[in-house]
Design a protein around this ligand. Sequence first.
Ligand code: NAD
Length: 356
Amino acid sequence: MRAAIAVLPGDGIGPEVVGEAKRVLAVVSEKWGHTFTLREALIGGAAIDATGSALPPETLEVARAADAVLLGAVGGPKWDDPRAKVRPEQGLLAIRKALGLYANLRPVAVNPKLLHASPLRPELLVGVDMLVVRELTGGSYFGDKLRDGDRAVDTCVYTVPEVERIVRTAARIARGRRKKLTSVDKANVLETSRLWREVTVRVMKDEFPDVVLSHMLVDACAMHLIRRPADFDVIVTENMFGDILTDEASMLAGSMGMLPSASLGEGKRGLYEPIHGSAPDIAGKGIANPYATILSIALLLRHSLGLEAEARAVEAAVAVAIDRGIWTADLAISGSAPASTTTAGDAVVDALRRGA
Ligand code: NAD
């Protein structure tokens, strides 16, 4: 197949981890005979330095013309001045909104070889394989905001169509997995959550009777994610709850450097990025973990290009590299020599070529 992929490396370790992901894409195209046309563009701090904008119009044009967007990370101390008018993160919010990406998918799986890297007891982590679907364009992050003297207001708004579309996305995914959907809300307190629950019940009853639906209050969910994480299959939740719960869930996998994400809208085009940031503390040292970005390539192949076999092969190649003990510093057992970013990339490339 032919596909155009926009590549936005961003700041800090972004270009380092994206570099390894590009090598993996090259092997996929070579091995399966696909033609991927990659176009690079600026976003975040790098774009501010070059153009004054965190999302220059050329970048948006490249992204709009692509079948999928691969992103590294944005931000860093250089652009951290809270009084600054233009900030790197604005680039991220703007591109998600401009491309209409309302569903953020964050799979959390635990590799049995990496149980040592999580702060949780190993026996709790066996069999963890969940996917959090976070609503990305509504709720209090986008509602009206007000500052009036010593009073501040953030408005949380959700509409029926916004809830319907995210629940459908999550339910379709649950149907292809273990058919269990947990909807997380705060319906005992929030009106938006009561609407969320009503709509979820209706959509699931009418359209997905084969998927088992349960509801959980967000505070209870925060506790159960740690107490019995292996019980979860697909979780669907609103913007802020999803933001918080996914950072919590990332600790199950041991490192943020292991977790990929996909942001999807109505069509096939999506944006794929690791969940971690630009990690300025380790940028330029060649030690960042590239696995989350490489696993984001697997999501890109699966969700935007429909290449399931290739996606699985990339995931399997990462698992082989980890099984071989190619662990970057964030995963390594203390005392053992950690792998560099390129060594980890080499191991995935090698496993993929051999047909992992
Ligand atoms: P971070 O995710 O960049 O780093 C948190 C910690 O995890 C650091 O110690 C870092 O070294 C480590 N880490 C992260 N990714 C790693 C990897 N691949 N391999 C090994 N270790 C890794 O979060 P932060 O330090 O809070 O933020 C740094 C900058 O990134 C800030 O400017 C923030 O705004 C930005 N940020 C961007 C995104 C994004 O682009 N999506 C997300 C979060 C934070």
